[in-house]
Design a binder for this molecule. Structure first.
Ligand SMILES: C[S@@+](CC[C@H](N)C(=O)[O-])C[C@H]1O[C@@H](n2cnc3c(N)ncnc32)[C@H](O)[C@@H]1O
Length: 284
């Protein structure tokens, strides 16, 4: 682990000094502040109101250990164990993908669809449960199921279900839609692994710390979507929707995959960076 102290540094005596050193080391004020909040068990408004306070050795050591983890590259969300998604906090650890802002678009599109009041909804590859639990929280009458192949990830989803008091959300272990072969849904959503397994980004930055099974989707990144499209077609009611998130350059391939599977009313939606990120299609 990298040291956060420099031989010329004097140990910080106050929170302000510790923050200033962490901000300099990390080159990121917000990250330093978030780590300080985590070490102190306080929020940011407390931090700014008390930055002249003295810092005890235990808290300083805790803060510096967190800064050292970040300097090693561990994502902030994993260090703090939390990430906000669609206005709610989700627990995360090294077994789940850290919820991304682009996935909030998938949630928004899902919420904008015309569906039965008591829509049956399935989230395939639920990970932390961020999509399934958000849809259930936003639409209390929907009956939401999340499916996940990784038992460790499913445990995180289950903890989040408890945290958000959403016991009615069903969480099932298994591959794609195999656990629900005898059921039909009005909406199937998925943010599947879609990075090509040879993509060098998988070995860089924060991605190194996230589960490869949540990221890599075979040689061209489309392996899971290729299996999911026909499986979802079989499990959808007539008029039901399949909605998937995909990579920045995969929209045309995903639309074609949907078309050849039999989906109609196919379209893709742009994220905030004006990149086609979400593709949806309807079972006729
Ligand atoms: C990109 S992550 C998405 C997690 C979460 N839904 C989100 O949006 O943050 C993909 C998830 O799908 C799971 N997964 C991958 N292949 C699967 C499969 N064949 N069946 C079920 N889950 C799968 C992975 O374990 C991972 O948790």
């Amino acid at each position: 682990m990298q040291s956060t102290t420099n031989k010329d540094d004097h140990p910080p005596k106050s929170l302000r000094q510790a923050l200033s050193r962490a901000r300099r080391l990390l080159g990121d004020r917000l990250e330093a502040d978030l780590l300080a909040c985590h070490a102190l068990g306080r929020d940011r408004s407390w931090l700014y109101a008390h930055d002249g306070d003295p810092l005890d050795d235990g808290t300083l050591a805790r803060f510096e250990a967190l800064v050292a983890q970040r300097l090693e590259g561990r994502p902030i969300a994993q260090i703090c164990g939390l990430r906000e998604f669609y206005g709610r906090d989700f627990s995360v650890d090294e077994h789940v993908l850290i919820p991304r802002p682009e996935t909030e678009l998938l949630v928004e599109v899902a919420l904008s669809l015309e569906l039965p009041d008591k829509a049956r909804v399935c989230d395939v590859g639920t990970g932390s449960g961020c999509i399934a639990l958000t849809l259930a929280a936003e639409r209390p009458a929907w009956r939401v199921t999340g499916i996940e192949r990784s038992v460790e990830a499913l445990a995180v989803a289950s903890a989040n279900r408890e945290r958000l008091v959403l016991a009615r959300v069903e969480l099932l272990p298994g591959d794609l839609l195999a656990p629900v072969v005898d059921r039909c849904f009005d909406l199937i959503v998925s943010n599947p692994p879609y990075v090509a397994e040879v993509d060098p980004h998988l070995k860089q930055g924060d991605l190194r710390f996230e589960p490869i099974a949540a990221l890599a989707g075979g040689p061209d990144g489309l392996e899971v979507i290729r299996r999911l499209a026909p499986a979802a077609f079989d499990r959808l009611e007539r008029g039901g929707w399949l909605l998937v998130e995909h990579g920045h350059d995969q929209a045309a391939d995903v639309r074609e995959l949907f078309r050849s599977t039999g989906f109609r009313d196919i379209s893709s939606r742009l994220d905030l960076a004006r990149i086609e990120r979400i593709t949806l299609g309807r079972k006729p």
